[in-house]
Design a protein around this ligand. Structure first.
Ligand code: DC
Length: 229
């Protein structure tokens, strides 16, 4: 089968990374979680007082980008690629609520996006890549052979996120999560530069009532069709 580029976009917490990782594992493709990069920038801004008292100014964030070095490294135990920020593994820290609360406005800054998109495009290779995010099919890889647009019922997404955070020992209420998801979806779809939207040629995957196995079968069938066409 030909190796292709796969873009998985969609709303917050609808399981994009889980599906993207599953495809990558099955096919031996590289998996890149593009949201992790925006989260790492946000974490840096929190740690370095660029976000202070719930506020920041865009210029400070853009200047800080010169001091931010991000790379994905394979965790030998989990066989997952994990993000490192200036040499430190921050895979867990970037998922915390304080980062989730600021990542949408940080990712809306044009210069931040421009820099990150350059890095994201460099991951493309001849051995196949699956990248998940918000603008992969519309902006990062508009010529991706396969584009999947994921969505799910808001309450189901809230419950899934709560379970995920609870399993990691993070105590957050359902209400807090629901508000965060709603707020991020609104900001991500309404921002000026490369907002979240379904690419015209993307296939919709609504996984509200689907098991992971069903989702992977659905996606892998699409990959097969594209890779053999
Ligand atoms: O996928 P995620 O929930 O970890 O992404 C966090 C935020 O990063 C998301 O709310 C918006 C931003 N993001 C983006 O603007 N473009 C992407 N390709 C990926 C994420």
């Amino acid at each position: 089968m030909r190796k292709i580029t796969i873009a998985v976009d969609g709303y917050s917490s609808c399981g994009k990374s889980t599906v993207a990782k599953g495809i990558a594992k099955k096919l031996g493709y590289l998996f890149i979680d593009s949201g992790a990069m925006y989260r790492a920038v946000t974490l840096y801004c929190i740690h370095n007082n660029i976000i202070r008292n719930g506020k920041f100014n865009d210029t400070d964030v853009v200047i800080a980008m010169d001091n931010i070095h991000m790379e994905f490294k394979l965790n030998e135990q989990t066989h997952q690629s994990e993000i490192h920020l200036n040499g430190k593994n921050v895979e867990k820290e970037i998922r915390e609520m304080n980062v989730s609360n600021f990542v949408s406005p940080i990712s809306a800054i044009k210069e931040v996006r421009d820099r990150i998109v350059i890095l994201q495009r460099k991951f493309r290779n001849a051995n196949g890549i699956v990248m998940d995010g918000r603008d992969i099919g519309t902006n990062v890889f508009p010529d991706a052979e396969l584009k999947i647009f994921m969505t799910a019922d808001e309450n189901v997404r809230t419950q899934r996120r709560w379970k995920e955070l609870d399993a990691k020992g993070q105590k957050v209420t359902m209400e807090e999560i629901k508000n965060n998801l709603g707020q991020r979806d609104y900001e991500d779809t309404h921002r000026k530069y490369n907002p979240l939207r379904k690419a015209e040629d993307a296939v919709v995957l609504d996984n509200t009532h689907m098991t992971l196995e069903e989702q992977l079968n659905f996606a892998l069938k699409l990959v097969q069709e594209k890779a053999e066409s």
